[in-house]
Write a protein that binds this ligand. Structure first.
Ligand code: GLN
Length: 254
């Protein structure tokens, strides 16, 4: 066991966890443990208070409109949204998928009912479209948004998407990448996701991290670097199976 340990904050896991998103928590937990890093999962849900400095990496999965309504109100009423935003500003990494990503933008306007207030972390906004965007997705990480080790500009990430929300990037927002196959943010501008500091939002379910190990390790390294104040290069793992799954998706869908 090495000196490193991290706490992963699982945001609203009981209601924002669809299409295999919990698999991202398992992937982060395993990839850390295989390097001797002690991992604590802190479930953070409705009515909980969130103290700054207690979580080293946030995960926020996808969810249906009903759950999003509850969660949007909770982020605001408990102040958790403000704390998450401050934590990201100091470099804490975060991965958010679909419904979670939408609620970290400026707002989400569902098909029915009022506009849901977002946390305002990502400079994006989302409006429900009139058709669901469902299918496999392949994204080329853009050079623009490709800080150090998330991969190189010619890295691809793969998965599947299922959303009606169309997310639009505001001026200055950095997309996570360019859609090679699939819909991405809105099915119109070929962008997918958004990256701000070490926070990533995207539409890729599946779950995302098991077959995109470079992104999992990037999140873990960022968490450790912010917590311990030093550069961290995790020892490489035998990712044969992960990369076979990745390549199979690439071959089939790109
Ligand atoms: N309810 C949102 C939408 O349909 C998010 C769905 C999801 O998280 N997969 O766009």
């Amino acid at each position: 066991m090495n000196k490193f340990k991290i706490t992963i904050g699982y945001l609203y896991g009981e209601c924002m966890n669809i299409y295999g998103d919990t698999g991202n928590i398992i992937a982060l937990q395993k990839r850390a443990a295989w390097r001797g890093i002690k991992v604590t999962i802190q479930n953070i849900t409705l009515n909980d208070k969130l103290e700054p400095g207690k979580v080293d990496l946030f995960f926020f999965g996808g969810g249906q409109d009903q759950a999003q309504n509850l969660v949007a109100q909770d982020l605001k009423s408990t102040g958790k949204g403000k704390v998450i935003k401050k934590e990201i500003e100091r470099g804490v990494p975060l991965l958010s998928i679909c419904g979670g990503y939408q609620l970290l933008g400026e707002y989400y306007q569902p098909h029915e009912g009022p506009k849901l207030p977002g946390v305002g972390l990502f400079p994006v906004y989302t409006v429900a479209g009139d058709k669901r965007m469902i299918g496999n997705i392949v994204v080329r990480l853009s050079a623009l948004s490709c800080p150090d080790k998330i991969g190189t500009a010619d890295d691809f990430i793969v998965g599947f998407e299922n959303h009606s929300g169309k997310t639009y990037l505001k001026e200055g927002a950095k997309p996570l990448g360019k859609v090679i196959k699939g819909f991405g943010n809105n099915g119109e501008d070929k962008t997918e996701g958004c990256i701000y500091k070490n926070a990533v939002g995207c539409y890729i379910h599946g779950s995302l991290l098991p077959k995109n190990p470079q992104l999992a390790d990037w999140l873990l390294e960022k968490a450790l670097e912010v917590k311990y104040g030093e550069t961290v290069n995790l020892k490489p793992l035998d990712d044969t199976l992960e990369l076979l799954a990745h390549q199979a998706a690439m071959d089939k869908f790109s």
